[in-house]
Design a protein around this ligand. Structure first.
Ligand SMILES: [Zn+2]
Length: 161
């Protein structure tokens, strides 16, 4: 196993705003004011900005993370009359009890490049669960992953061509 855990911090959603609608990504003036967990996987958020609808996806960047964002599906949204463009939404998202951001250094087995991989886990997750989440994230980033090897996207694309 080449991954080495180098840091660990509490994941906090109330963070800098970085959401975009899957459909109307260009709308300006969007801002996340707050987000709270109601139950495991269920969240309530307040924000500003027009054009959001049920079925849209919000991408929220986690505080303490460089580029890790999580997806939240809007299940219900209502706009306030005043202030205009302010809304409250019910969201469905990751089902973690205590979210934690991990950063592991992953080394490509072919070119030896080191990549700082960020991923989320439950704070109390065992090693196997951490590895599972790390691998899922690597695959999402287009790495080739199996039990023996991690191959970066650059090397992976050279293999195919
Ligand atoms: Zn490589």
């Amino acid at each position: 196993m080449k991954e080495i855990q180098i840091n660990r911090c509490d994941g906090v959603f109330e963070s800098r705003f970085d959401y975009r609608s899957s459909v109307k990504a260009k709308t300006k003036g969007r801002e996340l004011l707050s987000i709270n967990s109601k139950a495991v996987g269920a969240y309530r958020a307040e924000g500003r900005g027009e054009g959001l609808e049920v079925g849209d996806t919000l991408y929220l960047t986690l505080k303490g993370s460089k580029d890790l964002s999580l997806e939240f599906l809007i299940e219900d949204i209502r706009y306030f009359i005043e202030p205009v463009d302010q809304w409250q939404a019910e969201l469905r998202g990751v089902a973690f009890e205590t979210l934690s951001i991990f950063t592991w250094q992953v080394i490509c087995d072919e070119c030896q490049v080191t990549y700082p991989l960020e991923f989320v886990c439950n704070l109390g997750d065992r090693q196997e669960a951490q590895v599972f989440h790390a691998r899922s994230r690597l695959k999402a980033l287009k790495w080739l992953v199996n039990d023996q090897k991690h191959v970066c996207p650059t090397c992976a694309s050279e293999r195919i061509t």
